[in-house]
Design a protein around this ligand. Sequence first.
Ligand SMILES: Cc1cc2nc3c(=O)[nH]c(=O)nc-3n(C[C@H](O)[C@H](O)[C@H](O)COP(=O)(O)OP(=O)(O)OC[C@H]3O[C@@H](n4cnc5c(N)ncnc54)[C@H](O)[C@@H]3O)c2cc1C
Ligand code: SF4
Length: 341
Amino acid sequence: MQPFQFSRSSDLQSASSAYLAADTAESDVAHSRSQYLAGGTTLLDLMKLGVMRPERVVEINDLDRTNAGRIEFGGNSLRLGALTRMSAAADHPDVRRDFPVIAQSLQLAASAQIRNMASLGGNVLQRTRCSYFRDTSYSNCNKRDPGSGCAALDGINRSHAVLGTSEGCIATYPGDFAQALIALDAQVEVLGRNGPREFPFAKLHRQPGQTPHLETTLAPGELITAFLITRAPFTRRSLFLKVRDRESYEFALASAAVALDLNGHTIKQVRIALGGVATVPWRAHEAEARLVGDKIDDTSVRDAADLAFAHARAREHNAFKVELGKRTLTRALRQAAAMEI
Ligand SMILES: Cc1cc2nc3c(=O)[nH]c(=O)nc-3n(C[C@H](O)[C@H](O)[C@H](O)COP(=O)(O)OP(=O)(O)OC[C@H]3O[C@@H](n4cnc5c(N)ncnc54)[C@H](O)[C@@H]3O)c2cc1C
Ligand code: SF4
């Protein structure tokens, strides 16, 4: 592992200053010379593998004593501090009752040990599990080394994405929690050199296009402080369905985060996000539009699933994800409609 400077910050401002001390305004976050360290469950792996080589690591776990480490309910909203551990949010009784898709997306992620250690902020910024990205003996990975090519295009691409891909990168976004956040129209709160700002979580991740190494819209040094979710008529009737190779713990082959507001059997509002199949947490707007005003039945859910994958582009080993993704979505919609709330 490359040597690095280590520091520890207990307040937001000093964390940001320590990060920026080793960084340049031009560098993208994933290749930045500084990295924040929260649970360390993914950053340390990538440093040991030589995939990430920061010169400075700024530990931010002491921030969990601030509101960046708390779960707070306002009158109409939920604020999840970014230093909250995945297990704390997954097990919180009010989160489970009022925002089930959030709790389930975390409960079905990783293992109990990892969930106890890992933070929500680190979870949304975890990097792809593409094996060519994680193995530095492959020289052609545009995400790791811009302009070097993509070994996965003609390689073993069973776990890779079918939505939002480009000729430069087909890596799947691996996390689960992010799908729940975009399904519920969450906002993300960040703190950077110009102070705090808040924006839709759906704008955090970037599709690969010609610049797969640019993964988020965060500026260098910006620290995620919280995720904000407003209660809506669909937040309670929401769920997360995940299909994976083994049940004990594994990343998704396909997942669906859905939220429904029903008037009798008629769909007033619906939110759909897909995971395991796309390069970023994927909102299926066309599928949502198809369902509004209709009922959940064989025709409507099948139409919605077809629309969700209408622009899918499969490669040699991952064509099965198109049908698997559609089935996952149709099952999730049926289960959400049948929920007793
Ligand atoms: C075996 C295994 C299985 C897993 N399975 C799943 C799964 O099924 N589903 C799933 O969703 N995840 C899964 N994960 C990933 C796991 O959930 C993440 O490793 C974890 O959530 C990362 O959180 P962390 O706090 O440990 O992040 P860290 O490793 O500390 O940090 C990750 C990145 O985020 C940055 N960062 C951290 N916090 C902040 C912040 N507040 N602001 C700005 N930058 C920040 C760091 O600089 C770093 O670049 C798995 C991991 C492992 C090892
Ligand atoms: S899919 Fe993306 S991450 Fe994987 S090898 Fe290609 S460029 Fe790298």
